[in-house]
Design a protein around this ligand. Structure first.
Ligand code: ZN
Ligand code: ZN
Length: 313
């Protein structure tokens, strides 16, 4: 039995209904995958690293799996704690979310916000972006997938494009030990909202198949404790068997959601008083009884994704 040469430590910071997970890669040039929100680096990461004999100022890589607020919110604050020495890495398609708070508002308005009919929606998302994003910044390194990053010694991390949850979602893979960090790209049944969220359903499926068949994680690290169909949560550190199960379940659930969404779209969308309007038949078919208005409204994000695909096909 050989040990993986590079240790990985989860770093957790609570945020409302969510547990935000970042991961410390204990390489010669240490890396942190995802950054939580503005308060996470000082309040969550620094003390957790101190407890394992590491220092936040020594971190040299900030690897962002995607541009959502709960993953990039702490990036600027963490970068400051490293004396601005860490390289900040993000996919080019999600880089606007690191550069600009307003990009988060635009994303809301173009997608889920169209269905929420909340007159204060734009103001709420603006306030959230102001509160939890520690600073707007230019990334040091834009990736597209296919790159290999050297973390010192013989430790390398390869970047895989896995779009779907967002256009610029990536997986970071510690080469040789198949430790894989996917952020929110393996949704299973969703996290606190109980529904999987993705902007592009076809890309989400293709990315899951890529993870299952090509990447084949030996260790899979997730951004939240995602739930199985029966509601019980996975942890955020999965072994090879659990990883295959979570990926397979994610594919099965997407197929069910697709069937319900397509039936609903084929009938023609109708506005009703239902909070799931105009996708109420799909919610009913799926037995989804969660509050679809709770941010980040994965129900409407995903339904809008099917609607766009339908329009484009
Ligand atoms: Zn996300
Ligand atoms: Zn997330």
């Amino acid at each position: 039995m050989t040990h993986d040469p590079v240790a990985v430590h989860p770093l957790v910071s609570p945020w409302g209904r969510f547990g935000l997970y970042s991961f410390f890669i204990d390489a010669p040039e240490p890396a942190i995958v995802d950054t939580g929100i503005a308060s996470s680096p000082a309040e969550g990461m620094a003390p957790a690293l101190e407890a394992i004999g590491r220092r936040v100022e020594d971190v040299r890589w900030i690897l962002l799996t995607h541009g959502h607020i709960d993953h990039v919110g702490g990036a600027h604050a963490l970068w400051e704690l490293t004396g601005r020495r860490a390289q900040v890495v993000i996919h080019e398609a999600d880089a606007p979310m690191l550069r600009s708070r307003r990009a988060h508002v635009e994303e809301y308005l173009a997608g889920r916000g169209r269905y929420l009919a909340d007159p204060d929606g734009e103001a709420k998302v603006t306030a959230a972006a102001n509160a939890v994003i520690s600073g707007e910044m230019e990334p040091s390194l834009l990736v597209k997938g296919g790159e290999t990053l050297s973390l010192g010694g013989d430790v390398t991390v390869s970047v895989h494009a896995i779009p779907g949850h967002t256009p610029g979602s990536v997986a970071y893979v510690v080469d040789g030990q198949r430790s894989v960090f996917t952020g929110d790209a393996v949704q299973v049944h969703g996290a606190a909202n109980g529904f999987p969220g993705y902007t592009d359903p076809a890309a989400y499926r293709a990315s899951l198949e890529h993870l299952r068949d090509e990447v084949r994680p030996r260790h899979l690290y997730l951004g939240h404790p995602y739930r199985r169909a029966d509601g019980t949560p996975y942890g955020v550190e999965l072994d090879a068997t659990q990883a295959q199960e979570a990926i397979t379940q994610s594919l099965d659930i997407e197929a069910r959601v697709a069937t319900a969404a397509c039936a609903c779209l084929a009938e023609g969308l109708r506005r009703t008083d239902s909070p799931y309007s105009p996708f109420a038949p799909a919610a009913e078919e799926l037995g989804y009884t969660g509050d679809p208005t709770l941010e980040p409204s994965p129900f409407f994000t995903s339904m809008h994704g099917y609607r766009l695909r339908n329009q484009n096909s």
